[in-house]
Design a binder for this molecule. Structure first.
Ligand code: ADP
Ligand code: MG
Length: 393
């Protein structure tokens, strides 16, 4: 359903881009039915696109609001092939989609991101090597594939350090902090089971992230740098703009732009970084909209989700500009009751509540977030402090 629009003859490049754009009411296929897909789909449907999702579990957060939900495994080649035939453009909402079938299928239809972002970011070791080869800094690390390699890595990197699974980890899962030899027996037990990376502990003053979007036309836009506070290795609060020096801010934005171009990714790339006394150190990448960018829905001229849809559809990207100051508070299963009661109070009623339609309120699982936006940082900060006073941990 690629439609063309009349643009006149003013700029041949623009005309070419517009003719190639996938326009509403075309169908967008999304692989993965979680909250990121849901928020992509909300942005897409607002613009008049239709959305179909491939997701093994029925009634998924995205399935609830999609035009159609196909319940098949992510690597079901028949379903993927059917989706490429059915949808005008296909994207994914998380990095653990098996990349082999995606590679095979990218040649069959419009899957502009291809498998490359998945290959790089679904494997911590590959990801770190890719970041280094693009010329950017990561924490000291070594691959660990056996007990001997773990002992060697600890000798080289020392304590404190963190052992992380190379694939499949999220929200601090699949990570073990090592502070001394006393922590060694527990991790030696698992060292042969899987591929790991041992990473030196970074002495950071804060954590920030930057989200970059690159369209099928090669245009890049970068969202304002966001500051992130984690509790138990899970994102708790994001603050935008990040409270860092302007020189660091410019460097963070330039790293984001540089990485998405050098890695040759299309779509969204989120980059998590540590701010240290020696400058910025990259922690990890995500080839998709990111939890730390949820404030953009209410606090920016364009949301990370709408920008992503524009990028994969070949529409011009929008320059992201923050509306004053924004804070996002993440809601986990154990926070729902508190958040609902606080949100009903007049002083917090301007908080924009986003719940994801999860069917279970599991502890430490992301179930929603709430955004606060304001023009006066002092007032906003005081409001967030008040909101967090009774927040369950
Ligand atoms: P996940 O995939 O679970 O987000 P991360 O590697 O981002 O995994 O780790 C989650 C959080 O744990 C980080 O945001 C940071 O707060 C902390 N962390 C991870 N690695 C390090 C490190 N090398 N040094 C210090 N803190 C770290
Ligand atoms: Mg992380």
């Amino acid at each position: 359903m690629n439609e063309t629009i009349e643009l006149g003859t003013q700029n041949p490049e623009l005309v070419k881009k517009a003719i190639n754009a996938v326009l509403p009411p075309s169908v967008i296929g999304i692989i993965g039915g979680g909250q990121l897909g849901r928020m992509m789909a909300i942005a897409a449907r607002q613009m008049g696109y239709r959305v179909v999702v491939l997701e093994p579990t029925s009634n998924s957060p995205l399935g609830q609001i999609a035009d159609d939900e196909w319940n098949e495994p992510y690597d079901d080649e028949a379903a993927l092939t059917a989706m490429l035939g059915f949808a005008d453009v296909v994207t994914y909402e998380f990095e653990n989609v098996p990349y082999a079938p995606i590679r095979k299928l990218a040649s069959l239809g419009n899957l502009p991101q291809g498998e490359l972002p998945l290959v790089v970011t679904s494997h911590r070791l590959r990801e770190k090597l890719a970041i280094e080869s693009a010329g950017y800094k990561v924490a000291p690390f070594l691959a660990v594939m056996s007990k001997d390699e773990l002992r060697y890595a600890i000798k080289r990197i020392g304590y404190p350090s963190i052992l992380k699974t190379s694939s499949g980890g999220y929200d601090g899962k699949g990570q073990w902090v090592l502070r001394s030899d006393a922590d060694l027996p527990e991790v030696l037990k698992i060292a042969n089971d899987n591929e790991y990376v041992l990473e030196g502990f970074v002495d950071f003053t804060s954590e920030v992230s930057v989200i970059a979007t690159r369209s099928v036309n090669g245009d890049v836009e970068v969202f304002p740098v966001t500051e992130n506070e984690h509790v138990n290795q899970i994102l708790h609060v994001s603050i935008a703009p990040a409270r860092i020096d302007d020189s660091l801010r410019a460097e963070a934005e330039s790293i984001a732009r540089g990485l998405i171009e050098k890695l040759d990714f299309v779509g969204t790339l989120a980059i998590e970084m540590f701010v240290t006394a020696d400058g910025l150190v990259i922690n990890e990448l995500a080839p998709r909209p990111h939890n730390s960018g949820h404030w953009t829905i209410d606090g920016c001229t364009i949301s990370q989700f709408e920008q992503h849809i524009r990028a994969i559809c070949g529409l011009p990207l929008v320059k992201p500009e923050i509306r004053g100051y924004a804070v996002m508070v993440n809601l986990l299963g154990q926070h729902l009751d508190y958040a609902l009661s606080a949100w009903q109070k007049p002083e917090f009623s301007d908080g924009k509540l986003h719940l994801y339609g999860k069917d279970e309120m599991k502890k430490n699982r992301k179930i929603g977030h709430i955004n606060f936006v304001g023009n006066d940082w002092g007032e906003l900060e005081a409001k967030i402090e008040q909101f967090l006073i009774g927040f369950p941990r």
